[in-house]
Design a protein. Structure first.
Length: 273
């Protein structure tokens, strides 16, 4: 049986469908099973209980350990006969531990899993397409996206493509010891993403440039620590006018092209209306 942590999250929910399609037995962890609304055929358990009986492989969402250490989890996994961990890591690990708290956090997790003696695969996506949900209120109420560095490039990846890669790492032996770096199929500026979201909802969305200082204030008053905000702003500044590197790993591993940001926006248009 496969254990999926973060089962109601952006990647986890797609992963459940991938595993069901592959005829796998799945136990999904969620904070509140009563309201999770997960597919039939899935065994649902509470995250805080962390049941591991009968589990052979784990999809590990690192949010589980943002403020705690995974060593107890890994020891318990080994005691229960778990064989493999597939970690939702980050391409930020490629920059090492200096100056990037997101990369440092994931890199520490990777090293602890490597030291555990379990089989592992580290799935390393870059920017998620769903990061654009941070603009949802602005778009709904004002038809605008406000951000610093409108010409900064990323290659946002559809969460379903991350899940498809993770599923193959869980159900086959082909990717044991692999660290695939994933991206979407195209490099887009922040301003271009705003335009595409407008096309998806059928009304114009304009881009409004913020100063780095104003953007930092907005980030730290909402979803980011000062350290993470500073790291993200440095990354955006460095990527102005520089198209993002495109990985072909999604297509190589799944056998189909990665989904575009326009596809993601069309599927999630209701989030912005």
């Amino acid at each position: 049986m496969i254990l999926v942590t973060g089962a109601t999250g952006g990647v986890g929910r797609y992963l459940l469908d991938e595993l069901l399609d592959a005829s796998q037995k799945v136990r999904a962890l969620t904070r509140d099973p009563a309201v999770a609304r997960l597919p039939s055929g899935i065994e649902v358990a509470r995250t805080s209980d962390l049941p591991m009986d009968g589990i052979t492989s784990v999809f590990l969402n690192p949010v589980l350990f943002w403020r705690s250490d995974p060593e107890r989890f890994l020891a318990r996994a080994k005691e229960h006969g778990v064989r493999r961990i597939v970690l939702l890591s980050s391409s930020a690990t490629l920059g090492g531990e200096t100056g990037n708290p997101i990369g440092a956090h994931h890199l520490k997790l990777e090293r602890q899993i490597e030291a555990s003696g379990l089989e592992w695969t580290f799935v390393r996506p870059g920017a998620f397409a769903s990061n654009s949900r941070q603009w949802a209120d602005q778009i709904r109420t004002e038809g605008v996206v406000r951000s610093a560095y409108g010409e900064a490039h990323t290659a946002p990846i559809h969460e379903g493509d991350i899940a498809a890669v993770a599923a193959r790492a869980l159900v086959t032996d082909d990717y044991v010891g692999a660290k695939p770096v994933l991206s979407g199929p195209e490099s887009l500026t922040t301003a271009e993403q705003a335009r595409i979201l407008g096309e998806a909802i059928g009304q114009p969305v304009r881009f409004e440039e913020l100063t780095p200082e104003a953007a930092r204030e907005a980030m730290t008053s909402g979803y980011a620590t000062e350290e993470i905000a500073d790291s993200l702003l440095r990354m955006f500044a460095d990527s102005v006018g520089r198209p993002a590197e495109i990985s072909r790993e999604v297509e190589r591993i799944t056998g189909r092209p990665g989904r575009t940001f326009a596809q993601w926006a069309s599927e999630h248009a209701a989030d912005f209306q």
